[in-house]
Design a protein around this ligand. Sequence first.
Ligand code: QV4
Ligand code: CA
Length: 500
Amino acid sequence: QHAPNTADNKQAIVHLFEWRWADIAAECETFLGPYGFGGVQVSPPNENRVIAIPYRPWWERYQPISYHLNTRSGNDEDFRDMVHRCNQQGVRIYADVVINHMCGFGGSGHGTGGSYFNAENLDFPAVPYGSNDFNNCSTCGTSDCKVQSYDDVNQIRNCRLVSMLDLNHSSDYVRGKIADYMNYLTSIGVAGFRVDAAKHMWPGDLAAIFGRLSDLNTAYFPSGSRPFIAMEVIDLGGVISSSEYIHMGRITEFRYGKQIGQIFRKQYGQTLAYLQYIGENWDKESDNNVLVFVDNHDTQRSHGAGGESILTFRDSKLYKMANAFMLAFPYGFVRMMSSYYWDQWWELQSWGLKDSNDWIGPPADGSGNTMGVSINNKGNCRNGWICEHRWRQNRNMVMFRNVAAGHGMFNWWDNGYHQIAFSRGDRAFIAINNEGLWALDATLQTGLSSGDYCDVISGDLSNGGCTGKTITVGGDGRTHIYIAGDDEVPMIAIHAGSKV
Ligand code: QV4
Ligand code: CA
């Protein structure tokens, strides 16, 4: 379904990419709950192939070996504990489910949970799957069984995605195994799924699988609640369209992050003024059908879509502005990215520059065990974890979005170029200045009732005072906004919950 099953109608989630379950549980209790986050997308919880060359890349988790919950993030017990503790805080867990394929072709060994597999014979006894459960070269139609052309719908769906053994979802048995796995997750208390590589599965097969899903666990959700579904469909105008999937749930709107990146980077003559029309009024799927994000774990390392336009933590100023816009504007269900650091290594390939370190896995010890997230007394993450979601500007805009929920966009203002402002009914107001040189200096309608408001970009409301700028709104709802061009983070955001 399209509704995310958040508690208290919360409006945004965060992808804690490669985090350990124990760390996520603690984060729900100490941070995500108190700051109004609706949920967490977690890395695939099922057992995966252990890749040694390159050493323990992040992408090994997209090569399933079984549906046992045993990975570098933790085991079954850790996962259950996390789901329970997060739900207790009103923070939902969404599992990334890799159901299009098993691991890459070739070789044999043991997965992260110790299960044996043979990827030469297509044997995964811990499920069990055998060679009959996979598409073969004749159903696919290419010489090496791999997807060769993204112009051929049959290849995209019946061939192996970069060699990964492609499951035959027309099989009742395969559908049953996948549904059992997903139902196991919801029985624990998971609220929904990010469905990996949905574009590579036939919509009819997915519908059959989703039709077998149980209602959510009534210990946490009203009876009859259905799992939230966000399908990874990268639709940049190819032969497969997101419209084939939206009756089943939301799709990941990749055009959004690409366009947001282009606009804030001022590429191709684009300006912030255009943002007024972003969403269904432009070329995208409608509000209720999309999951939106500035970057994700693929696009931040040039896998997937969007190329060099994508904004990430490496461009922190623009990234904060883009996230703030996304969280302020009423379009889509919002997902924030939370990353770990790696050193890039750009090398020239025949098609252009490539980061040859894009495979590097999460911070780990010498044996490849993922390191815990440590947090200093200022609330910032250390030892390689970036924690964009903890940056004040990002974190406070989550509350802005919650406070503004249900209110449309009003009082749009722009200078024709890179300065914009708008309100969300009488609940919230934001102004952004991406001119660089020129100040934003204008008297604007905020839609808010009169009073003093704490700007949640430059500070926090604390003990009735504001640690940042205070904005005074007059009886007519107007206020004078001044944002210098060279401000550290050139934005102002105030809302009904930030009244001093
Ligand atoms: C390589 C060669 C093959 C060769 C094979 C075997 O490329 O030609 O046959 O070795 O020797 C990894 C490697 C890749 C390797 C493959 C199989 O990077 O080089 O093939 O494993 O061994 C992630 C990574 C992939 C990674 C994969 C599995 O991005 O690089 O492949 O995990 O570990 C399209 C899709 C979209 C997809 C996106 C990235 O339409 O669905 O590409 N996005 C999702 C996930 C993504 C994940 C997958 C799908 C696959 O978000 O993270 O891919 O589950 O747009
Ligand atoms: Ca497939």
